[in-house]
Structures are given as structure tokens and as C-alpha cells.
Design a protein around this ligand. Structure first.
Ligand code: ATP
Ligand code: MG
Length: 671
């Protein structure tokens, strides 16, 4: 393989090469943004296969399924572009690599090994909103108090958050509430009981929430020797990108699978980019890697290939402000010095949006639309930008924010699909039944009980006397019976939509706009040949933009994922791992970035700082930072430039019109 080595060596630097060609053992690659971590995984994937590793033995875990596919596709190109004299490799072989997110991998395991694990493979997945509803229903069913000595019981959103954090961070509910939610401490005993009931509810109805999917696999790995050994023999080469955003159960999963020395593991990450603590991610996982694997090799990558020196100076200065974790200073070889990042203060959000649009149109001769991204801390901060882009005919896609499958009408349609797949899914039943006039939550509960008691047949829809208007449910009965006989996923969706459209028209004023999303849904349905894979794909890897919100509509728009020439508007969280030539980061005032809620908590503030670092480090050539004085959505003035901008040495950035000096000692006046 000497001839091949030369090729790898010409495209990778020494440490990247070392990482890509270290086949056995445990390896941690830790490095700053844009240093080629993901690229190294790509080359390692192709290197493994060239060296005779079977694709079936490879497991590649990434943050989105799209990221995994990108790595596989690039590795495929690499492999096929090499002329392998004696040993031509079929690019199709890469399809046999197991890849995706932790959730999709665990979901696959639970279904594939359901027999061995003794579980029902036809479970449905509850997304966060569904879990909240399930918690609410459990609470009502158990008739727990809604108030104790005038203290209202926490909302379902809060409860879902508490349950999830408690599991992902391994903090007992009681401790979590005492430390983070002291106001509701009086409810602790009920909440603890509710957590148990909620769990039981899910189990009884074959429902798994996102946390269950991973925890259950971990549980089985610990208890079931056959299962564990099976996986350890199957997945001999494991790679994990963005390791800094794994949580404790995910780390445990990896550790259980990689326990034998014969299993090769490479994790790559940047502790400065851990931005998912709110979902239980634990950046310490990366720092503790050496403890789990004392024999592990540590490889650092120190050259940045993404950004020009002018932009990189700024990114390095930001990274120096992050106190927790490894310190990294990256250098760049790019010969062109480039242009320093620009900070611009504007009077309000619409001026800010206008400035961004101006800059894009000004530099349109040098770039395509797809080379630009506007990154926002939260999705609502992109509202003005979206309006401005529409007005000025700048095409764009929106990523992150209210996701496709979280939209009410999409959830409605999926509820029908879910009960066809798992008639035990009481959450879905509830959702459907309460769509009808005259069917309230009480009737819905009784009806679902009748359906469950009747061996999950749809018959109680027409036979029960619970509702005076039971005749109304006859069309539902007919549709479900027909759909359960349908030949394809597409046909099922068609039947559901025929039935649902009139309901949508009655319930929603903007039904026309909403029904645009159904095109996306139908397209997706046509790509799947079983309800199983269709539902899994939507739950675990949903499209995150839709035709309806995708800016200037295009004729004959087919699939939402085709790479078209559009500006990306994204939350920072969804921009992880990606890069653009020109990046805008907006709303950079203290109170927005960092968010005012994080100001009093060191770790939260640190995470906000990392978020800002992630945003800026997406930029290749130009970085624009903007801050409006006035936010009409808050009806408030924000006097101070974000501390993240203010704390960095002034010579790394060009500042245009700061209205007033920044005084760190003042309390923010907008509180
Ligand atoms: P992030 O932390 O943001 O995920 P990363 O470390 O994964 O970044 P990559 O996305 O792999 O970095 O690489 C950043 C850019 O640098 C890509 O455009 C990649 O093609 C380029 N690059 C990486 N290594 C090299 C190299 N040795 N020679 C040329 N270009 C490189
Ligand atoms: Mg990467």
C-alpha cells in the first residue's frame, strides 16, 4: 500500500495522516474549529476500507444523518478516484457502513434485536412535544393535584425538561429541583411519582421518547451478555464526530461497545464547541477520554484550513476567552491575509436586516447566494432578516427553529400514521380524537381505553356510546380501515390527507400555507416503502425547513434537500460543523447574546460564549457581526454591545459606529 500512502500524505498534514492511518486502538483527536477533524474521519473511512476492513464492521456516529452521508459520499469519491491496481473497490460497499446519529443507531438496534431483547419492535417514538402531552395525560389520569398551598404545579414543558435532564445528567429529580427549580420544591414527591407513572405509561403503550431510545440500549448492553458480545463482534471500527456534544448515556454506550481492546475507536471533537448542555451534553466526556482509555493515543490538529488569517486571529482571540477546557491556538497557512471581521451597530432590527441584505447584494459578484449564512442565537431573531430577504428577492432557506415535524398540522397527519403502525399509541389517538368537535379530552381517554380493550380494533369508533356525536367518527373509521389495507406509504398519506384537509380548513385560518408542507411530506413518503422507516426517518432525522418557509417560492420545487443557490438562515446550533465564505451573526447585544438568563450562571455563560465561538468559526473569508440598539419584538433598548464582542482585543476587529463606550462595571439597564 505504499503507493496509496503517498496520496493520503499529499492531502493531509502529518497529524491528520497519523489519525487517518491509525487503524487499531483508541484514539482521541482534539482540535479547534476548521482544523480538518471531519475531513480526517472521511479519509480514515476510505483508508479502513482500502486496508481490507469490511464496511459492515464500521460504525460512524455523527450529529446529523446528513453529516454521516456526506462523510460516506466523500469517502466513496476518494476510493473510486484512486486507481487500485489489483483491488478495485466497489463504491457501493460504503452503503454497508452503519452510520447516523446516536438516536437512529439505537433505534435500529432496538428494532433489529427486539427478539433477543424481548421487546415489541412496533414501538413509536415520542418527540419532545409528544412527551409533554404524555406527561400531561398521566398527570390527569392519576388525578394528581394541580396546586399545593397555592403553588401551581409546573407546566408540562418544565416537567419534560426536568425528567430528561435528570436522566441525561444522572441527577436525581429531587436534587435537580432543589438546585435549579427551588420554586416548585413543594411538588417534589408528586413529581417523583409522576416520573415513575410516566415511565410506566410509555412502557404500557409501546412508546419511547428520545432519552429512552438510548438508555434502553445502554440498559440491555449492561445486562445482556449475548447482545453486548454480538455488537462488540459486529462493530469493530467505531468513529464519532462532534464527541464534545455527547451526554452521559451516549458515552456509556460507546464505552460498553468499545470495552474489548480489539474494538477500534476514534472520537473527534473540540471541547470549545460543546453547545448542547441544555440537552444534557457533557463536554467533560472529551476531557475524561484518557481516564476511560489510559492507553489511548491523543492527536492534536493545529492548523486551520477554513479561515483566512484575519478571520482566524479573531477566532483565536475568542477561543482564548473560553476558560474551561484545553487551550488551542490555531495557525493558518492561507497566503492571503484577508479582511478583518467587522462589527456594526445599528438602530433597530430592520436596519440590521437591511444592512445584512445590502452586504449580500454588494458582494454578489464575488459569491453565490449559497456562500452566505446568517446565524442567529434563536430562530425568532431571524424574522426581520427573512422579511427583508423576501422584499429584496434574496432566496434563502431557514434551518433550525420550529422544526418541520413540530408543526401542528404535520403532527396531526403523523398521528394518523402512528396509530396505523402502533394502535397502542394513545398519545396519537388523543391528538386525532380531539380534532373533532364534541370530542374532548375525557371522551378521548374513554375511547382510547375502549379501543385498547377491543384488541386495538378501530371498531369502538363507531360502536361506543361515549359520544353523542359518534356518527361523526364513522368517516374516520372508514378511512383508517381503508388505510390499513393500502399498498404504499404514499397511498396511506393520500388517504389521510383526503380525510384531514377538510378538518384543517375548519381549524386553521392559514390552512393554505400549512398545506404546502404536505408536498414535502408526500415526497418523503414516496421515498419509503414501510411505515416503519418513514416514521423513523421523520422522528430522528426530520427535514428542518419546508417549502412554506423557504423564502422566494420556486416553480416545481421538488425536494427540500437539493443543494440550490440560497442564503442559509440558521440557528447557531444547527450550523455546527458547517462552513460558509461569508457569515453574519446578529443580535450581538448583552441580554440577547449572551442571553440575560445565563448572566448569573458561570457555566451557562460559558456555554453562550462557546456558542458565539461556533458561530464565528463557520466563516471562511468574511465575518460580519451586527447589533441593533432597539428590539421592537421586546419593545426595549439594549444599551450594551455583547460582552463577547467587547472582551476581545480591539485590534482583531473593525468596529463601525459604536454608539457609546462599553462599561463592564455597570449593571445592564434593560433588566
Ligand atoms: P469543525 O470543528 O467546525 O467541525 P473540522 O475540524 O471538522 O471543523 P473540517 O470541516 O474537516 O474541520 O475542515 C475545515 C475545512 O478545511 C474544510 O473545507 C476542509 O476541506 C479543509 N481542510 C482540512 N484539512 C485540510 C488539508 N490538510 N488541506 C487542505 N484543506 C483542508
Ligand atoms: Mg467537523
Amino acid at each position: 500500500h505504499l503507493g496509496l500512502q503517498v496520496d493520503y500524505a499529499s492531502e493531509l498534514n502529518a497529524n491528520q495522516l497519523l489519525a487517518a492511518t491509525t487503524i487499531e486502538g483508541k484514539v482521541l483527536v482534539i482540535a479547534g474549529a476548521g482544523s480538518g477533524k471531519t475531513k480526517t474521519l472521511t479519509y480514515r473511512t476510505s483508508y479502513l476500507i482500502e486496508n481490507g476492513v469490511s464496511p459492515k464492521e464500521i460504525l460512524l456516529l455523527t450529529f446529523t444523518r446528513k453529516a454521516a452521508n456526506e462523510i460516506k459520499n466523500r469517502a466513496r469519491t476518494l476510493l473510486t478516484s484512486r486507481l487500485l491496481d489489483n483491488n478495485p473497490i466497489d463504491g457501493k460497499a460504503l452503503n454497508d457502513i452503519t452510520s447516523g446519529t446516536f438516536h437512529s443507531f439505537c433505534n435500529m438496534l432496538l428494532r433489529q434485536y427486539s427478539g433477543l431483547l424481548g421487546i415489541n419492535p412496533r414501538f413509536t417514538i415520542l418527540d419532545t412535544g409528544d412527551s409533554e402531552d404524555a406527561i400531561d395525560l398521566t398527570h390527569k389520569e392519576k388525578k394528581y393535584p394541580t396546586k399545593i398551598t397555592n403553588q401551581a404545579f409546573p407546566r408540562k414543558k418544565t416537567l419534560q425538561n426536568i425528567f430528561s435532564t435528570s436522566r441525561n445528567r444522572r441527577i436525581p429529580i429531587r436534587h435537580l429541583i432543589e438546585s435549579s427549580y427551588p420554586d416548585i420544591a413543594v411538588h417534589i414527591p408528586v413529581i417523583e411519582q409522576l416520573a415513575i407513572d410516566f415511565h410506566e405509561y410509555k412502557r404500557a403503550n409501546h412508546l419511547y421518547d428520545f432519552d429512552d431510545i438510548i438508555s434502553q440500549v445502554v440498559r440491555h448492553l449492561k445486562r445482556n451478555d449475548t447482545f453486548r458480545q454480538l455488537l462488540q463482534n459486529q462493530y469493530r471500527y467505531i468513529m464519532v464526530d462532534e464527541y464534545q456534544d455527547t451526554n452521559i448515556p451516549q458515552k456509556e454506550l460507546i464505552d460498553l461497545m468499545c470495552a474489548p481492546a480489539s474494538v477500534s475507536l476514534m472520537v473527534v471533537g473540540d471541547d470549545n464547541q460543546s453547545i448542547y448542555a441544555f440537552r444534557g451534553a457533557n463536554y467533560e466526556n472529551i476531557l475524561l477520554f484518557g481516564e476511560s482509555y489510559p492507553e489511548a493515543k491523543l492527536i492534536k490538529l493545529e492548523q486551520n484550513y477554513r479561515s483566512t488569517p484575519a478571520v482566524l486571529d479573531y477566532i483565536n482571540a475568542l477561543s482564548a476567552q473560553i476558560t474551561l477546557g484545553y487551550q488551542k491556538q490555531l495557525y493558518s497557512d492561507v497566503s492571503m491575509e484577508g479582511i478583518k471581521p467587522v462589527f456594526r451597530r445599528l438602530s433597530d432590527e430592520s436596519k440590521e436586516a437591511k444592512y445584512i441584505a445590502d452586504k449580500i447584494l454588494e458582494s454578489k459578484s464575488d459569491y453565490d447566494y449559497q456562500d452566505f449564512a446568517v446565524l442567529c442565537r434563536t430562530s425568532f431573531q431571524s424574522n426581520y432578516v427573512q422579511l427583508e430577504f423576501m422584499e429584496r428577492n434574496i432566496p434563502f432557506i431557514v434551518v433550525g427553529g420550529i422544526r418541520f415535524i413540530e408543526r401542528r398540522h404535520i403532527k396531526d397527519v403523523l398521528a394518523f400514521v402512528k396509530i396505523l403502525y402502533n394502535p397502542n399509541d394513545t398519545i396519537a389517538w388523543h391528538r386525532i380524537l380531539t380534532l373533532f368537535k364534541g370530542v374532548g379530552s375525557v371522551t378521548a381517554t374513554r375511547l382510547t381505553q375502549a379501543i385498547n380493550a377491543d384488541n386495538n380494533s378501530f371498531a369502538p369508533l363507531i360502536t361506543t356510546k361515549f359520544t353523542k356525536k359518534s356518527t361523526q367518527l364513522e368517516p374516520l373509521y372508514k378511512m383508517l380501515s381503508k388505510a390499513s389495507q393500502a399498498e404504499s406509504v404514499e397511498a396511506i398519506i393520500e388517504l389521510i390527507l383526503d380525510f384531514y384537509m377538510p378538518v384543517l380548513k375548519i381549524n386553521e385560518d392559514n390552512w393554505r400555507e400549512r398545506s404546502e408542507d404536505f408536498r414535502v411530506l408526500k415526497n418523503l413518503a414516496s421515498e419509503h416503502d414501510s411505515l416503519d422507516s418513514f416514521l423513523e426517518n421523520l422522528a430522528l432525522d426530520p427535514p428542518n425547513d419546508s417549502v412554506a418557509t423557504a423564502g422566494v417560492p420556486e416553480q416545481g420545487e421538488e425536494s427540500i434537500d437539493k443543494n440550490r443557490d440560497k442564503v442559509t438562515i440558521s440557528t447557531i446550533h444547527s450550523a455546527k460543523g458547517l462552513e460558509w465564505s461569508v457569515v453574519f451573526v446578529n443580535s450581538l447585544v448583552d441580554g440577547m447574546t449572551p442571553h440575560y438568563r445565563s448572566l448569573s450562571d458561570f457555566e451557562e455563560l460559558e456555554e453562550e460564549r462557546k456558542l458565539f465561538y461556533v458561530a464565528c468559526s463557520r466563516a471562511k473569508a468574511r465575518l460580519f457581526l451586527t447589533a441593533p440598539d432597539y428590539f421592537s419584538s421586546y419593545s426595549g433598548y439594549f444599551d450594551k454591545v455583547s460582552r463577547f464582542v467587547a472582551e476581545v482585543p480591539a485590534d482583531t476587529i473593525t468596529v463601525l459606529t459604536v454608539k457609546q463606550p462599553i462599561d463592564e462595571s455597570d449593571d445592564p439597564v434593560w433588566w
